[in-house]
Design a protein around this ligand. Structure first.
Ligand SMILES: [Zn+2]
Ligand SMILES: [Zn+2]
Length: 180
């Protein structure tokens, strides 16, 4: 589960706490990553004067694309979670609470008292896929002539033998200047 009903917890008042296992999958991470990203971890929920603080740790299994050979690689990253969530209605009176946090909809506890960590975890996943890692340190990349993956196929194209690190550098230098 990545979403929890916190009605009972909120009724217990400030300082009340619960601990849950996190397990689930995230979809539609962003336009480049349809997912799924699987999540494993744990979370502690603590009632604060304003809402519920979520503190924990999760392991995300991300699919990334190697920038040299374009192979899909699964990588695991551990993220620390620390976010405060805010209820939209008062759990006792049922009345709406001031909408001070409308600019962060992912941090709202909805009118059914559901605290959902999915959107926050997606943001962590996006942050970790922005800089994709090479599939392995010595990845030989694609042949610039025939496009074969040189990690698996040794083609007979006429190319200068370069150290893979230099090859990556050369590739960078060949790319046209892009505006920051
Ligand atoms: Zn690679
Ligand atoms: Zn080739």
């Amino acid at each position: 589960m990545l979403a929890f009903n916190v009605a009972q917890l909120l009724k217990e008042g400030i300082g009340a706490t619960r601990r849950y296992e996190l397990a689930g999958e995230l979809y539609d991470i962003d336009e480049h990553n349809p997912g799924p990203v699987s999540v494993q971890g744990h979370i502690q929920l603590i009632v604060t004067p304003e809402g519920v603080l979520a503190i924990g740790e999760a392991e995300l299994s991300l699919i990334t694309v190697c920038p040299r050979c374009l192979t899909l690689t699964e990588s695991r990253v551990t993220v620390e979670i620390e976010e405060e969530f805010y209820p939209v209605i008062d759990v006792v009176s049922g009345r709406p609470l001031p909408d001070d946090h409308d600019d962060e909809p992912e941090l709202l506890i909805d009118e059914r008292h559901t605290l959902d960590l999915s959107e926050v975890l997606k943001q962590y996943a996006v942050a970790h896929t922005l800089k994709p890692a090479v599939c392995r340190p010595d990845c030989a990349g694609l042949c610039p002539v025939c496009g074969e993956n040189r990690n698996f196929v040794s083609c007979s194209c006429e190319t200068r033998e370069l150290d893979p690190r230099l090859a990556a550098l050369a590739q960078l230098l060949e790319e046209p200047d892009t505006e920051e």
